[in-house]
Design a protein around this ligand. Structure first.
Ligand SMILES: *[C@@H]1O[C@H](CO)[C@@H](O)[C@H](O)[C@H]1NC(C)=O
Ligand SMILES: *[C@@H]1O[C@H](CO)[C@@H](O)[C@H](O)[C@H]1NC(C)=O
Ligand SMILES: *[C@@H]1O[C@H](CO)[C@@H](O)[C@H](O)[C@H]1NC(C)=O
Ligand SMILES: *[C@@H]1O[C@H](CO)[C@@H](O)[C@H](O)[C@H]1NC(C)=O
Ligand SMILES: *[C@@H]1O[C@H](CO)[C@@H](O)[C@H](O)[C@H]1NC(C)=O
Ligand SMILES: *[C@@H]1O[C@H](CO)[C@@H](O)[C@H](O)[C@H]1NC(C)=O
Ligand SMILES: *[C@@H]1O[C@H](CO)[C@@H](O)[C@H](O)[C@H]1NC(C)=O
Ligand SMILES: *[C@@H]1O[C@H](CO)[C@@H](O)[C@H](O)[C@H]1NC(C)=O
Ligand SMILES: *[C@@H]1O[C@H](CO)[C@@H](O)[C@H](O)[C@H]1NC(C)=O
Ligand SMILES: *[C@@H]1O[C@H](CO)[C@@H](O)[C@H](O)[C@H]1NC(C)=O
Ligand SMILES: *[C@@H]1O[C@H](CO)[C@@H](O)[C@H](O)[C@H]1NC(C)=O
Ligand SMILES: *[C@@H]1O[C@H](CO)[C@@H](O)[C@H](O)[C@H]1NC(C)=O
Length: 365
């Protein structure tokens, strides 16, 4: 609690308006011949991992039989190999020989090699003037996010001096650096290594430029741009993660801080709607811890860094001292309840989406 109060009083930042914060999905039910014409201000859905793909499958399972294909956000572009921090790539450093569509580069001991971007490895951040080896295993996008949230970027290496320095700091490990080559890109410009499309459908000679989700085979397939498909659109900069482990509030708080951005906050009506939508298609059942706590001294309810303004208490009544329990959860009716902080139950984390373009990540704040 001391920690929470410290955070509260050190930065009262509860005035940020938070519309379109948590990712929200809109199945428009409208068919479009062209991918580029369908989302109208929002973006086609980006799939980040298996959990996301499961959500997409269950969300779209309720459509009727006339909807057989749905556009997804992954489309083909032609881009050069580039550093995540936008420094120009010095091609004398590395010959890019891969044939896969998405390639991430790691220093493997002393040499540079291609790896599958979804592989989890240590990585090196460039923060201030330091090269910092982080020994937690993350995929390339998660590594990028980690470095960015620590006010840096994945390391970029432009000459032999820098290369020596990185290798030295790397302690002989295999670690990600900020070099990426990718012919495909998600429409919203976010970083995702998810590529589980069915390549066996790709016949040579055809130019596949877009992806759809097939209702019939329940998989992601590449298509040319002339097939009709439904638009399925999304907005938001933060993902909801359902964590099925039974932990106390404090343990959940630490887990989310360590593995994602933090324990979930529900700041406004839009956030609440996004949570309801996500939980509606999730098989794990609640109640779930959220980042809500009550001050034992003052009695007010707080998120870790802001006061509670919008609320959705069960029966519309905010639990008050001395009868209240001090930790907040969301139940299976999507209402907030107070619970004993030592109860062990699943919880919800939030994870900020990382955009390839640094400016886009910065602008949303
Ligand atoms: C509090 O919520 C109300 C409506 O729910 C909103 O109009 C107001 O701007 C919010 N205030 C702050 C400080 O966020
Ligand atoms: C969903 O998309 C449709 C069609 O573009 C639009 O009319 C509607 O306002 C959208 N709904 C939300 C909640 O954004
Ligand atoms: C979408 O793409 C099609 C085919 O490439 C093109 O004819 C059309 O003008 C594009 N529409 C927009 C709004 O860019
Ligand atoms: C998907 O499409 C099939 C075939 O058109 C249809 O029978 C079914 O109702 C749709 N939905 C699901 C969940 O399969
Ligand atoms: C890619 O690199 C080549 C050679 O360095 C350059 O000529 C070309 O303009 C670059 N293309 C893009 C899209 O940046
Ligand atoms: C990449 O291809 C070039 C030319 O085909 C070849 O000389 C070079 O040895 C290859 N590099 C690697 C790392 O395979
Ligand atoms: C990376 O280094 C390890 C250990 O030196 C080696 O076994 C592995 O083959 C290397 N990987 C690549 C892709 O070169
Ligand atoms: C590219 O790397 C080579 C080899 O380290 C170096 O000699 C050259 O100066 C670098 N070019 C630029 C523009 O930094
Ligand atoms: C290597 O690049 C760094 C950063 O651009 C630069 O400060 C340094 O002088 C370069 N060293 C050499 C030997 O080119
Ligand atoms: C991929 O598509 C082929 C051809 O339609 C099909 O036989 C195969 O089962 C699919 N693979 C997966 C993993 O869905
Ligand atoms: C969490 O607790 C519930 C209820 O006690 C139990 O059914 C579930 O199996 C537990 N989950 C895990 C992952 O231990
Ligand atoms: C929950 O899912 C059902 C079935 O698709 C749907 O009818 C309902 O509107 C959904 N509720 C929310 C809150 O998304």
């Amino acid at each position: 609690m001391a920690l929470v109060l410290l955070l509260l009083f050190s930065g009262l930042s509860y005035f940020t308006l938070a519309s379109n914060r948590l990712r929200y999905f809109n199945d428009t039910g409208v068919q479009h011949g062209f991918w580029n014409e369908s989302c109208n201000g929002a973006s086609h859905v980006t799939v980040y991992d298996e959990e996301d793909f499961e959500f997409v499958k269950s969300f779209l399972a309720f459509r009727d039989s006339s909807h057989v294909a749905t556009w997804l956000g992954l489309h083909k572009t032609k881009k050069n190999i580039s550093w995540s921090n936008d420094t120009p790539f010095n091609s004398t450093m590395f010959t890019e020989n891969g044939t896969q569509s998405q390639i991430c580069v790691a220093i493997n001991g002393t040499t540079w090699n291609h790896f599958n971007c979804a592989e989890r490895k240590p990585f090196m951040c460039h923060i201030g003037s330091n090269y910092k080896l982080i020994t937690r295993n993350k995929n390339w996008c998660q590594a990028l996010q980690y470095c960015r949230t620590h006010n840096g970027d994945l390391v970029s290496i432009g000459n032999d001096t820098e290369n020596k320095r990185a290798i030295e700091k790397g302690e002989g490990k295999s670690f990600w650096i900020g070099l990426l080559n990718d012919d495909w890109e998600w429409e919203d410009g976010s970083c995702s290594t998810f590529r589980e499309w069915n390549t066996s459908r790709v016949s040579p000679g055809s130019t596949f430029a877009y992806t759809t989700f097939s209702n019939i085979s329940k998989e992601i397939i590449k298509v040319t741009d002339d097939g009709h498909a439904d638009s399925f659109c999304t907005k938001g900069t933060t993902r909801i993660k359902v964590i099925p482990y039974n932990l106390t509030w404090e343990e959940a708080f630490n887990y989310c801080k360590e593995s994602h951005t933090g324990l979930l906050q529900i700041i406004d009506e839009n956030d609440q709607k996004a949570v309801e939508q996500w939980l509606n298609y999730t098989s794990v059942s609640g109640p779930f811890w959220i980042g809500l706590r009550q001050s034992r001294v003052f009695g007010f309810w707080i998120w870790s860094d802001r006061m509670v303004n919008f609320s959705k208490w069960k029966n519309g009544i905010q639990p008050e001292l001395p009868l209240s329990n001090l930790c907040g959860a969301i139940n299976s009716n999507y209402m907030w309840t107070d619970e004993n902080c030592l109860v062990r139950q699943p919880f919800l984390c939030e994870e900020e989406i990382v955009f390839m373009n640094k400016l886009k990540t910065a602008r949303k704040q």
